[in-house]
Design a protein around this ligand. Structure first.
Ligand code: 5GP
Ligand code: MN
Length: 326
C-alpha cells in the first residue's frame, strides 16, 4: 500500500483523530490543521486540533482558529490516530512529541527535509503548500466543502506561495486555488486579513530592521537582527516580524536574506530566504533546522549562543557558500 492510501485508510478507520501542526505556525500550518480537522469532523470523526505554540493574533479573525488548542488537549484523550501536518521533524510539534508514541502517526508534509517520523509518511515536495495535500486527501475521503472550509483551505495555498508569487506557484497551485474559489473561498478576505492588517508598531519595528540592515558579499547577502528589547518596547513578538525577511530579499541584487529574532526567553530564530539559485536547505539542516530551497530556518535554544554569536556563525557560513558560487 502506498503512503497516501495508508493514510486515507487509517483516517477512514479512526474514530478519534488528533490533527497537529507545527510550532511557530504559519498560514499553511494553520490552514492545513483547520482544513483537515473540519474535514474529518464532517465525516463524523471526533477531532482535536492542536498547535502547541502561540498563533499570530490576526489569524483569530478566522473564526475556527479559536478551536485550535495546545498539546494539553491530548492529555487523557487517547486518539487512535495523530495526523501531523506541515511539520518536518518531531521536534517541530512541541509537547505533542510525547504523545506520538501512543497513537498511529500519519505525516503529511511538503518539506524536502522531512524526517519521515510517522507510521505512514506522505511527503511530496512538488506541492507548494501542505494545504494542497490536505485538499487532495479531503477529496479522496469524500469531504463535502462549504465556503468556510474552502476559505480555510485557501489560506495555506496563498501564504506558502507568497500570494502566488514564489517559484512554487505552478499550475497545480492555481488549479487548487481556483477550485477552492469556486467552492466559495474569497481571496480578498484572506489577503486583506493577512497582508493589510498591520499594527503601526510593526512598521516601526521594520524601520529598525532596515536601519540595522547589513549588505555583504557584493550585495548578495542582506541580514538584520532584532533583539528582544526591540519587540518588547513595542509590545510585539516574533510573529509580528513575519514578512520582513521577504522585504529584505526584495532588494535588488540580494540573493539571500536572513533575519535573526530573539525571543523573550533568549531563543534565537533564524529566518532565511533566497531569490533565484541559492539552496537554503543545506544551511538550515547544518544548523539543525529545515525548510525549502527558497525559505528555510533554524532555531538556537536559549543559552546556547547569544544573538551576536548566531549572527556571526550564520553569516560566516553563508558568505563562504555564496562566494563559492557568486
Ligand atoms: P520561516 O523563516 O518563515 O520561519 O520558515 C521558513 C521555512 O523554514 C518553513 O518551511 C519552516 O517550516 C522552516 N523552518 C523555519 N524554522 C525552522 C526550524 O527551526 N526548524 C525546522 N526544521 N524548520 C524550520
Ligand atoms: Mn508549508
Amino acid at each position: 500500500m502506498n503512503q497516501f492510501d495508508g493514510i486515507k485508510r487509517a483516517l477512514e478507520d479512526a474514530r478519534k483523530v488528533g490533527v497537529v501542526g507545527h510550532i511557530m505556525p504559519d498560514g499553511d500550518c494553520i490552514s492545513s490543521v483547520l482544513s483537515a480537522g473540519l474535514g474529518l469532523e464532517k465525516l463524523g470523526k471526533e477531532v482535536r486540533m492542536i498547535v502547541d505554540y502561540e498563533i499570530p493574533w490576526y489569524y483569530y479573525e478566522f473564526d475556527a482558529v479559536e478551536r485550535i488548542h495546545r498539546a494539553g488537549a491530548l492529555q487523557n484523550w487517547d486518539p487512535d490516530v495523530i495526523l501531523v501536518l506541515d511539520a518536518s521533524s518531531p521536534d517541530r510539534v512541541g509537547d505533542v512529541e510525547e504523545f506520538l508514541e501512543k497513537a498511529l502517526v500519519l505525516v503529511v508534509d511538503h518539506h524536502a527535509t522531512n524526517h519521515a517520523f510517522g507510521d505512514f509518511n506522505w511527503v511530496d515536495t512538488k506541492f507548494g503548500a501542505t494545504a494542497q495535500m490536505v485538499l487532495k486527501l479531503n477529496k479522496a475521503l469524500g469531504v463535502l466543502y462549504d465556503p468556510e472550509l474552502a476559505l480555510y483551505n485557501f489560506i495555506g495555498i496563498a501564504t506558502d506561495t507568497g500570494f502566488f508569487r514564489y517559484a512554487n506557484s505552478d499550475v497545480q497551485v492555481f488549479e487548487d486555488a481556483a477550485e477552492l474559489v469556486r467552492l466559495g473561498a474569497n481571496p480578498n478576505v484572506v489577503a486583506s486579513t493577512i497582508l493589510e492588517n498591520k499594527k503601526l508598531e510593526q512598521l516601526g519595528l521594520f524601520c529598525e530592521v532596515v536601519h540595522g540592515l547589513k549588505i555583504e558579499c557584493d550585495g548578495l547577502l542582506a541580514y538584520s537582527a532584532i533583539p528582544w528589547n526591540a519587540f518588547e518596547k513595542r509590545g510585539l513578538s516574533e510573529s509580528d516580524a513575519a514578512g520582513f525577511v521577504g522585504e529584505m530579499r526584495a532588494i535588488r541584487g540580494v540573493e539571500v536574506a536572513v533575519l535573526f529574532s530573539e525571543s523573550k526567553e533568549g531563543e534565537i530564530h533564524v529566518s532565511m530566504r533566497s531569490k533565484k539559485w541559492f539552496d537554503l536547505t543545506e544551511t538550515a539542516v547544518h544548523f539543525g533546522g529545515g525548510g525549502h530551497p527558497r525559505a528555510a530556518g533554524f532555531t538556537v535554544k536559549a543559552g546556547e549562543a547569544s544573538l551576536a554569536e548566531v549572527v556571526e556563525s550564520t553569516v560566516q557560513y553563508l558568505k563562504i557558500r555564496l562566494t563559492q558560487r557568486g
